[in-house]
Write a protein of this length. Structure first.
Length: 261
């Protein structure tokens, strides 16, 4: 009897963008010891944790969402903080966005949040902050193919990076970081200088079609999100991944050997 594929775990990742002056996106390099995407350049993100669904988050985050949608966005904000130190939040009293000094002071919580996701809620509450979930624009939705042993149901979001904050990789899961133009990192991949996972590459191409942050955000908020769950097919003796044409990417088929490169 054929064994059922593992159920994909909910996950969230964020394309943090800025104009400097050209459109740039924050990427982090995963540790070589990671079980998934080792050494690849990715957007900050990770699995949804149980604490991300805590009902108390309704008081300490904006927007009106279903419990599941809120947990995805909380996970996106938490993973952004863990891996880059950036806080997608505002002061509950006056609406000011935390600056570099505030983020540096709260940065000591990053290892604790990584070890125990419930610490993130306590930190936000005690710091007098509220997460700004409305600033996360849905960008894409990918589900790991059924043949993979580790599967994720990943929601990609786009967010404008807070202007007064400075990114710092955590040195554990993320061992490097950089603000890069989509075109530049895609060119580095072609030269064999950068390792990208398939969804990362295609979402960089999609992001790169925008000239600036305003256009990227407008496009994301106006686009219909089509779920992509690549299908493995055999084509003339070659193993090919096929994705839906309506998802709007530059290709619908890719040879399996080119997927992780």
């Amino acid at each position: 009897m054929t064994e059922a594929p593992p159920h994909p775990k909910p996950a969230a990742t964020v394309l943090l963008v800025r104009d400097a002056p050209q459109l740039e996106v924050l990427m982090v390099r995963r540790s070589s010891g990671m079980a998934f995407g080792a050494s690849a350049w990715v957007f900050p993100g990770g699995k949804v944790a149980g604490a991300d669904a805590d009902e108390a988050w309704q008081e300490f985050s904006d927007g009106s969402y279903s419990a599941y949608e809120r947990s995805l966005r909380i996970a996106a904000a938490r993973e952004t903080f863990e891996e880059s130190g950036l806080l997608l939040a505002e002061d509950r009293a006056d609406g000011r966005v935390p600056d570099a000094e505030v983020c540096a002071r709260l940065g000591r919580f990053r290892p604790e949040v990584e070890a125990d996701s419930s610490v993130f809620l306590r930190m936000v509450k005690e710091a007098g902050l509220r997460l700004t979930l409305d600033r996360l624009a849905p960008f894409a939705h990918w589900i790991t193919p059924a043949f993979e042993p580790r599967r994720f149901d990943t929601h990609f979001f786009l967010a404008v990076a807070p202007e007064l904050q400075v990114a710092h990789h955590d040195g554990r899961e993320a061992i490097d970081h950089g603000w890069v133009s989509p075109a530049a990192v895609l060119e580095q991949r072609l030269k064999g200088e950068t390792k990208l996972m398939f969804p990362t590459r295609l979402n960089l191409e999609l992001l790169g079609s925008a000239a600036n942050v305003a256009e990227a955000e407008r496009s994301a908020r106006g686009r219909r999100i089509v779920t992509v769950e690549p299908e493995l097919i055999d084509q003339d003796g070659r193993r090919i991944l096929r994705i839906p044409a309506e998802a709007g990417y530059s290709l619908v088929e890719e040879a399996i050997e080119r997927v992780m490169s």
